[in-house]
Design a protein around this ligand. Structure first.
Ligand SMILES: Nc1nc2c(ncn2[C@@H]2O[C@H](COP(=O)(O)OP(=O)(O)O[C@H]3O[C@H](CO)[C@@H](O)[C@H](O)[C@@H]3O)[C@@H](O)[C@H]2O)c(=O)[nH]1
Length: 331
């Protein structure tokens, strides 16, 4: 009998780099950018072909998830400790509930179009055939430093072994990887719960896996430090594979990404309403109205009575703002 495909949507991050649209009680996956539905709802709709869908999130987002994705089952994790502990925990819980299915793990905050179902089904098939950890590879169009980079081995039958996986390289290394034909890791994975848990058992997640087997979920989370699945497992995995995918894909990581997805108004990317005079190359995003005069290459983001202004090529520095706001719980 074919294994059921279980979609596991990760919705526990906050997406801080889209502050002030994203806030501690309004993470990126709950937002909609010019579409009718939230990124989370779009993700759950996109995996409508799966036999079951779970959304994994933190307790404080659970109600928001239920409202936005009522068709999915909600799993909450004892502590937000990044995607490594989250994915190991979910694999364990779902194996208890539905047996050794094939998990299709997806971020909840990406914008994707193209043959998603075909790619996802191929990844699921490869996960079962190889009993390995399957990633989806996107051809890069720039040396982005916020992604994982995958060097594929010889490809056969729609997939290739992963020769190396390097999470978030520096700029110079990313430039070399793009020249050498590496893929971006799309953050979309397929594996059986057993394959993931056995890889996790010889990784920094090992102390957690032992305690999950004992059934003590709080102790399992307490036993590990926050770490992403990419650093914890994928960089050292010996049985990882990549399915190259021709998807139109964007993770909307920070405000400069909107330049790639929005129609231009006189050379500016505008979300919401704006008047622009002698202004060029700006990203103007708001839930109200922005006017920009005689300025270039800025991000102006204004939501819920909070405004961020930053040079576009320093858009990542919003992290510094959020870290200061978090210190006194104003995020
Ligand atoms: N449940 C849960 N979900 C989480 C947690 N932390 C993050 N997530 C969710 O996991 C997804 C990915 O997390 P990010 O933190 O946004 O990852 P990233 O830095 O963008 O890097 C990952 O994605 C890139 C593609 O966008 C990859 O290129 C990279 O290798 C990596 O897999 C998002 O949907 C986020 O909401 C957590 O503690 N718990």
């Amino acid at each position: 009998m074919e294994r059921p495909i279980v979609a596991l949507v990760l919705a526990g991050g906050t997406g801080t780099r889209l502050y002030p649209a994203s806030r501690s009680d309004r993470p990126k996956q709950f937002l909609s950018f010019g579409e009718e539905e939230s990124l989370l709802a779009e993700t759950v709709n996109r995996v409508g072909f799966a036999d079951e869908t779970y959304v994994l999130t933190r307790e404080s987002f659970a109600d928001g998830v239920r409202t936005r994705a009522p068709s999915a089952a909600v799993l909450t994790e004892p502590e937000p400790k990044d995607t490594g502990p989250a994915l190991a925990y979910a694999a364990h819980r779902i194996r208890e509930q539905v047996g050794d299915c094939v998990l299709l793990c997806l971020p909840s905050d990406h914008r994707i179009s193209g043959p998603f179902e075909t790619v996802a089904r191929t990844a699921a098939r490869v996960a079962v055939e190889t009993e390995g950890l399957v990633t989806v590879g996107i051809e890069p169009d720039r040396p982005a430093t916020g992604y994982g980079y995958i060097k594929p081995g010889p490809s056969e039958n729609g997939f290739a072994p992963v020769e190396t996986f390097h999470e978030k390289p520096d700029r110079e290394t990313a430039e070399r990887y793009v020249r050498e034909g590496f893929y971006w890791n799309a953050g979309l994975f397929a594996w059986t719960p057993t394959a993931l848990l056995s890889a996790a058992a010889s990784s920094p997640l090992a102390p957690m896996v032992e305690r999950l087997d004992d059934g003590d979920h709080d102790a399992a989370f307490a036993a590990v430090d926050p770490v992403s699945i990419d650093y914890a497992v994928l960089e050292d995995a010996e049985n990882a594979f990549v399915v190259p995918a021709a998807l139109d894909w964007d993770d909307l990581g920070s405000w400069d990404a909107f330049e790639r997805i929005l129609d231009k108004q006189d050379g500016n990317a505008v979300l919401g309403e704006a008047v622009t005079i002698d202004a060029d190359g700006n990203v103007l995003a708001s839930d109200g109205h922005v006017s920009a005069v005689g300025v270039e290459d800025l991000v102006v983001a204004s939501f819920d009575n909070r405004t961020l202004v930053v040079p576009k090529d320093e858009a990542q520095r919003v992290r510094e703002v959020v870290s200061e706001l978090r210190d006194d719980e104003r995020f």
